[in-house]
Design a protein around this ligand. Structure first.
Ligand code: CP
Length: 310
């Protein structure tokens, strides 16, 4: 079986079959990255450019490692220190990079739709590594893979996403992906940090954390972007922590077998306490490990790779 999509721009509209193919194929790559020799040849001769216009630790390192594990040649581009500082446009930058004879572009950009724009004129395969507050599809895929690994399923689970949903590309991609795979998704945060008419995405909406957590199987905690307080969207960080912070005390509302997630980077003591972030129920570092396997799967399948027959 091969992927129907040609680029990975977001999870909105991606079919269940494609999501399952990516997650199943990632299982084989998870085995690869646990071997003493963590390298396989399928992308030999393929050149991938990691085009980062915004800061990143996890996504950037994870993509670079995934490309290397698949034997691709990788180029890393940061807007900082490049000719973008001299006013070069995104289109000109990409056209010049493509003149170097590359095959795939992984792009993170602060503008919503930047990856989609690339597909209008570039001939490379495009992967969205986060576009503004829109989507972060590989983060959601690795989140779903991590849920599958820990819980054995996604269908029927109650997943609660807590925090700044309004500005979160992680939340959007998770909502689309989780719903396609049959999870029940709830979101919780202050009114000022929830998108207008978000319930139209098919989620349950809460402003009271204890009510949201009632009977939840998985809690995905989002980073509270501190600049939101300066923007007047929050009275104070202390109040946010009191009302929406994930503390040990709050976990009593969850199902007895619960799982805690966070895409990183964490603000310890703001949206989650260290005690919870570092607890047995937390899979935060497994998410990072699984990111490599999932990104290997995406790169491999978008280059025409097929699911390994067992
Ligand atoms: N989760 C995530 O996207 O982290 P980075 O910003 O470090 O890539």
């Amino acid at each position: 079986m091969a992927l129907k999509i040609k680029h990975l721009l977001g999870l909105e509209g991606v079919e269940k079959k494609d999501l399952e193919l990516i997650l199943n194929t990632a299982k084989s790559f998870k085995e690869v990255i646990e071997r003493p020799v963590k390298k396989v040849p399928p992308l030999r001769g393929v050149t991938v450019v990691n085009l980062f216009y915004e800061p990143s630790t996890r996504t950037r390192l994870s993509f670079e490692l995934a490309e290397k594990r698949l034997s691709a040649d990788t180029l890393n581009f940061s807007a900082k220190g490049s000719s973008v500082a001299k006013g070069e446009s995104l289109k000109d930058t990409v056209r010049n990079i493509e003149a170097l004879k590359i095959d795939m572009i992984v792009i993170r950009h602060s503008s919503v739709g930047a990856p989609h724009y690339l597909t209008k004129f570039a001939s490379s395969t495009v992967i969205n590594a986060g576009d503004g507050a829109h989507e972060h599809p590989t983060q959601a895929l690795l989140d779903m893979y991590s849920i599958m690994e820990r819980r054995g399923k996604i269908k029927g689970l109650r997943v609660v996403i807590v925090g700044d949903i309004l500005h979160s590309r992680v939340a959007r991609s998770n909502i689309w992906g989780l719903k396609t795979l049959g999870a029940s998704v709830a979101i919780c945060g202050p009114t000022t940090l929830l998108p207008y008419e978000v319930e139209k995405m098919g989620v349950d909406v809460y402003h009271n954390l204890d009510e949201a957590l009632d009977g939840a199987d998985v809690v995905n905690v989002l980073r509270l972007q501190r600049e939101r307080q300066q923007a007047g969207l929050l009275p104070s960080l202390r109040e946010y922590t009191t009302l929406f912070g994930i503390t040990r005390d709050r976990l009593k509302f969850l199902n007895s077998n619960y799982t805690i997630m966070h895409p990183g980077p964490i603000n310890r003591g703001v949206e989650i306490t260290s005690e919870v972030a570092d607890s047995e129920s937390s899979i935060i570092l497994e998410q990072v490990t699984n990111g490599v396997a999932v990104r290997m799967s995406v790169l491999y399948l978008l280059r025409g790779g097929e699911e390994a027959k067992s």
